[in-house]
Design a protein around this ligand. Sequence first.
Ligand code: ASP
Length: 331
Amino acid sequence: MIVRLFNQLCKAAVVALAVAAAPGIQAQTQPFPSRPIVLVVPFAAGGPTDVVARMLAVPMAKSLGQTVVVENTVGAGGTIASQRVVKATPDGHMVFLHHMGMSTAPALYRKLGFDPLKDFEFIGQVVDVPMTMLARKDFPANNLNELIAYLRVNKEKVTLANAGLGAVSHLCGMLFMSTIGIDLTTVPYKGTAPAMTDLLGGQVDLLCDQTTQTVPLIRDGRVKVYGVTTLKRLASLPNVPTLDEQGMKGFEVKVWHGLYAPRGTPREVTDKINLALRDALADPGIRQRMAELSSDIPSADKITPQGLKSHLEAEIAKWGPVIQKAGIYAD
Ligand code: ASP
């Protein structure tokens, strides 16, 4: 009786082990791609990162022969999405588009729960996007000098939107406030898409945001613009001065992006995704759209796993000490 029970328990254990092992075995043997691929975006739908992801999804799907579905996993400056991706089955059916927030998160978040350099496979750099300093359309100041003068007197009642700690809108806003030496009340959102909705609606006053969202709104005169964050003016907005030329010497923020997969995704799978990424970035339609948004497609050597990894390493090394020195923590 006891022996039979023991045998049954052993059998059950063997079955349980086989079931538990099955996904791993499947992940290695299943051809890739064998179902739609989820492209995770760490900010709200309709915003700058989402715009890039949706632009890539169509040509990437074409070269991979499977649908690419964009999913927005928002919150905590993009780190909730990172946590989701590191836990995903590493078989290539989940990939992750993130920007330079990947390099600031380790310094900003003391309880991050993942290591950007160790917990991902690298696919390649994607696009470099400038930013623009904006206000709601009816904000009193009409240029940068007037803005600074206005803020000196009215700082208590002015709000500055961002997409959470570690978002580039947050970093740009911090740089702006430290350059002018004025602290404003910041209002965090789950992406600059909802922040922009509130800027257009007049619920917040200021926002520093990427051209992937802002160029059409600036051209249509739906927001007020004070400057671009590159050292040269942008071809898409030739009449908008740089912050640098208006006296904010060296004010430069350009937002790089990378495509990642969970650690352990087989190399032959990341190679296929890399090829699809390179195909997408070579697509004339995408190149034209990116140019219209003054966003630069990186050189071929950067659209590689090593190109992304080295850049992330350099950026972590650059931002870590700056953030530590400023003593800013998100948690
Ligand atoms: N790029 C983010 C977005 O897509 C926001 C940010 O990082 O500021 O909403």
